[in-house]
Design a protein around this ligand. Structure first.
Ligand SMILES: NC(=O)c1ccc[n+]([C@@H]2O[C@H](COP(=O)([O-])OP(=O)(O)OC[C@H]3O[C@@H](n4cnc5c(N)ncnc54)[C@H](OP(=O)(O)O)[C@@H]3O)[C@@H](O)[C@H]2O)c1
Length: 335
């Protein structure tokens, strides 16, 4: 990191006539967007959405140029909001962070207080960013699913895109809550990793039943769906009565096709999950992640990468070579 106290490294995404370009640069606090809380970033991460943003594979960035990174953890440097004071350890994620407001790939982040949460007691900045927006969304999904009837005794829970960040944390959380988790992956060579997180079964995505009838055999009481697209349509047809699907992502596509029959004949519940939540919801979910939903396998899930290797890490996530959560180390030695 720079010795100039007002200057820090950043990874800036710029618009070009043909798409986007991203590069390391130096910024100062005057370059940051307005906000009530300034954070010295210790860790950021590479989410699927970050990879789409930085490579231009997806139209994610809403304001160019923009520092990438939709989550980060670190220590509060300055705060004009009563909930935070200098020295607090915090996690920042969601809303415009790294999308329409400079994000976590920088030595400093300045954001609205509503995008910030104090770390739960005993949680480190590394653990918090290993969770990040992915772990938060996994916990939110399970919270919503259980409010809608999910319970360990009712049957199996499928988690697709299983080696991904959202899915890895979901497997950990579901398994420790007593669910029989079936991990579905395009990388069956990672079966040992998935079993170590708590999956009771691992199925290669190509081996899932591929029927197209409006109602297929009812296999799952729950499903955590990171994929969208055709896999989501197939899931809807394969749910048990009153089965619950959490629709989180679109790694396999935006559009899906099914009939109304799973919903009106089996009472299947399709829950939309969005991590852009108001502070009260964020407080509750982060408290659960530090309490009754505390994950057990974060060290296994985290793949920690030095700052200088951020572009290579983005490339790995963009091209499906990553596993678990890719954590970017900015300034861990500060604390
Ligand atoms: N709703 C929200 O608020 C919210 C919050 C966080 C994330 N998300 C979304 O949730 C999804 C997962 O995010 P993430 O950060 O966990 O991503 P990730 O770490 O990149 O994981 C996605 C996983 O999906 C599988 N996959 C990737 N490309 C695929 C393709 N073309 N076809 C089929 N499977 C594919 C891979 O798993 P396998 O190789 O094991 O199959 C991959 O590891 C993304 O769409 C993301 O944008 C939404």
């Amino acid at each position: 990191m720079s010795s100039n106290p007002d200057s820090f490294p950043a990874y800036l995404i710029s618009g070009t006539p043909t798409g986007v370009s991203a590069a390391f640069t130096m910024l100062s606090e005057a370059d940051l967007d307005p906000g009530e809380v300034t954070v010295r970033v210790q860790y950021a991460s590479v989410n699927f959405k970050d990879a789409l943003a930085a490579t231009g594979k997806g139209k994610i960035i809403r304001r160019f140029p923009c520092v990438g990174g939709i989550d980060a953890s670190g220590v509060v440097d300055a705060s004009s909001h009563p909930r935070f004071k200098p020295g607090d350890s915090v996690i920042v994620h969601s809303h415009g962070f790294g999308v329409s407001h400079h994000g976590g790939y920088a030595g400093r982040a300045r954001v609205p207080a509503d995008w910030v949460n104090a770390l739960p007691p005993g949680m480190t900045a590394l653990e918090a960013v290993t969770l990040g927006v992915a772990g938060y969304t996994a916990a939110l999904a399970i919270d919503l699913m259980e409010l809608n009837g999910l319970a360990p005794a009712k049957g199996k829970v499928l988690v697709n895109g299983a080696t991904g960040g959202v899915a890895s944390v979901s497997i950990d959380l579901l398994a420790q809550r007593g669910y029989h988790v079936v991990a579905v992956t395009g990388k069956p060579t990672q079966a040992e990793y998935l079993r170590a997180l708590g999956a009771a079964e691992v199925i290669a995505s190509g081996e899932l039943p591929a029927g197209t009838k409006p109602l297929e055999p009812a296999l799952w009481q729950g499903a955590v769906d990171s994929l969208g697209g055709a896999p989501l349509g197939a899931l809807a047809r394969s749910m048990q009565r009153e089965g619950v699907i959490a629709s989180i992502g679109n790694a396999a596509g935006l559009d899906f096709s099914t009939s109304v029959l799973p919903f009106i004949l089996r009472g299947v519940r399709l829950l939309g999950v969005n991590s852009d939540n108001e502070p009260a919801v964020r407080e509750r979910i982060w408290a659960r992640l530090g309490g009754d939903m505390r994950p057990q396998h974060l060290a296994r899930i985290a793949h920690v990468v030095p700052w200088a290797q951020l572009p290579a890490a983005i490339d790995a996530v963009a091209n499906g070579r990553a596993r678990g959560r890719t954590v970017i180390e900015l300034a861990p030695a500060d604390h």
